[in-house]
Design a binder for this molecule. Structure first.
Ligand code: F6P
Length: 547
């Protein structure tokens, strides 16, 4: 593999970033009336304005050259065509096939996967429709009123995020509940509100080996059987979504009640598959298909738009510019629409589990930074919490501002105030407030002399804080599908530039292994653990409380 440092475009990225670190964005806008227009584009109903970034034409041109030099276009072709680009697991990466129209041809090992995808989708949608319309009856003949999705990571975050985001499109008959953690409090708190006779439990696990999920699944099963007093009730109240039919069957769920997917769907890319069953149940087949279509539209855009006009490519390259060129280590996601409140958590897994890597595809250690820390909360609340640091702190934090223009449930009054704040923040972060402005402001308030001088430095805002503005026309199944796919492809492009495998997640294994060892030690005080002194002492402390 070519070392990134040997690429001229990489060296140029670093030197341009060093220069543009001190760009005066106010000046850049003032001297270039076309800047906002040139650094904006709209695709799939999403307007991206990236003009408030520390870039100029030369830097953008070089970043596109970097994408070409690192093989983004070739890798993109390979991924869409089903090549086994997840080399450490020997797998294709084909979440895009889950939203490809029926009739498309995408071969994996010589077989077209699209018909299987469409079959499972039709089966899953058919099941969801029966539940939604009250045709699927529980053990004692009553219709289902509550859905409990038991899953974690990709088997929880995507469906949960989408069900929250699309509440305006959701069923009024079905209540959705998501249980992920093995802190039994969560399951108990959900179950205590429910009647098992009208509850459907989805056990969602790609591997069907995840301890948290299986522990919750067993407890939920016991709750149901104990309360309904009949083992056979499980068939009407439990379904599974998994790639592991054997384990599903061993757990006691009839595989007739299982909805499958494939190992070429990564957990964090799986909401488009049968893992999306809670979404299907909640918003129904028409809206689910609209979400798939929105994602497919973004796939097509990503696949065919020139890099210079390509939303995911632009977002990815800007991220590389800040992470590698300016030392940014985090990326803030700031959605302004409340239904998107789980988007940052969803994107945390998508991005950090994908690009939290420090070896390249050839096994060599990287000598540059890779995936950033992703974080965020709905923006308007964040303004009253941590935005102070963004405006005047010492960290460089690139921010994606996301909002929808139309907000049918919100009054015009609310929406105008929301969007005014949304726009004002990106303006404030970019322009800042210089000493002369602060002085003039304070003088206008009647302050003079020492009192004025003391205050000036505290009231100065440096400005030049980079933001992307992403505006959806409206938050709909289709636009949400496009937005999620946009971030999926962004993560992919960054992974290609850094030469890493974005599709494995070996880093989560060690903790799981050690937890097994410690679990045995917590259960059996006679086992003498071989840990460091800190862990030994802590195990002892916890063991006393548990036994
Ligand atoms: O531990 C990490 C992980 O493997 C994620 O990649 C995945 O989304 C999650 O656990 C859940 O896995 P599963 O769907 O197999 O239960």
């Amino acid at each position: 593999m070519t070392a990134l440092s040997s690429l001229p475009a990489w060296q140029t990225t670093l030197s341009q970033a060093a220069q543009l670190r001190s760009i005066d964005l106010r000046q850049a806008f003032a001297s270039d009336p076309d800047r906002a227009q040139r650094f904006s584009l709209k695709a799939c109903g999403i307007l991206l304005d990236y003009s408030k970034n520390r870039v100029d034409d030369a830097a953008m041109a070089n970043l596109f050259a970097l994408a070409r030099a690192t093989g983004v276009e070739t890798k993109r072709e390979q991924q869409f065509a089903g090549a086994a680009i997840n080399i450490t697991e020997g797998r294709s990466v084909l979440h895009t096939a889950l939203r490809a129209p029926a009739g498309s041809v995408i071969d994996v090992d010589g077989a077209n996967v699209v018909p299987q995808v469409q079959d499972v989708l039709a089966r899953t949608a058919g099941f969801a429709e029966k539940v939604r319309t009250g045709q699927w009856l529980g053990h004692d003949g009553r219709a289902i009123t509550d859905i409990v999705n038991i899953g974690i990571g990709g088997s929880d975050l995507g469906p949960f995020m989408v069900c929250e985001a699309l509440r305006d499109f959701g069923s009024k008959q079905l209540k959705m509940h998501f249980v992920s953690t093995v802190d039994g409090w969560q399951l108990a708190t959900v179950l205590e509100q429910l009647n098992p006779a009208t509850t459907l439990v989805i056990i969602a696990s790609k591997t069907f080996t995840t301890q948290e999920t299986l522990t919750n699944a067993k407890a939920a099963r016991q709750w149901l059987v104990n309360t309904l007093g009949d083992e056979s009730a499980v068939a009407k109240h439990f379904v599974a979504v998994s790639t592991n039919a054997e384990a599903v069957s061993a757990f006691g769920i009839d595989t007739a009640n299982m909805f499958g997917f494939w190992n070429w769907v990564g957990g964090r890319y799986s909401l488009w598959s049968a893992i999306g069953l809670p979404i299907l149940l909640y918003i129904g087949e028409t809206h689910f298909r609209a979400m798939l279509a929105g994602a497919h539209a973004m796939d097509q855009h990503f696949k065919s738009a020139p890099l210079e006009q390509n939303l995911p490519v632009i977002l990815a390259l800007l991220g590389v510019f800040y992470i590698n060129g300016m030392g940014a280590s985090t990326q803030l996601i700031s959605p302004y629409n409340q239904p998107l409140h789980r988007l940052p958590a969803y994107l945390q897994q998508l991005d950090m589990e994908s690009n939290g890597k420090s070896v390249r595809l050839d096994g060599q250690a990287v000598d540059y930074h890779t995936g950033p820390v992703i974080w965020g909360e709905p923006g308007i609340n964040a303004q009253h919490a941590y935005y102070q640091l963004l405006h005047q702190g010492t960290e460089l934090v690139p921010i994606d501002f996301i909002a929808a223009l139309e907000n049918p449930k919100s009054s015009l009054e609310h929406n105008t105030i929301l969007l005014a704040n949304f726009l004002a923040q990106t303006e404030a972060l970019m322009r800042g407030k210089n000493e002369a402005e602060v002085r003039a402001e304070l003088q206008a308030q009647g302050l003079t002399g020492e009192a004025l001088e003391q205050l000036v430095p505290h009231k100065v805002f440096g400005g030049n804080r980079p933001t992307n503005t992403l505006l959806l026309d409206q938050l709909t199944p289709s636009s949400l599908g496009s937005l999620i796919a946009l971030y999926e492809h962004k993560v992919f492009v960054q992974g290609v530039v850094w030469g890493i495998n974005s599709y494995d997640q070996w880093g989560v294994e060690l903790g799981k292994q050690l937890a097994k060892t410690i679990e045995a030690e917590l259960r059996d005080p006679s086992i003498q653990g071989k840990h460091d002194a800190s862990t030994n002492r802590l195990i002892d402390y916890v063991r006393k409380a548990l036994n």
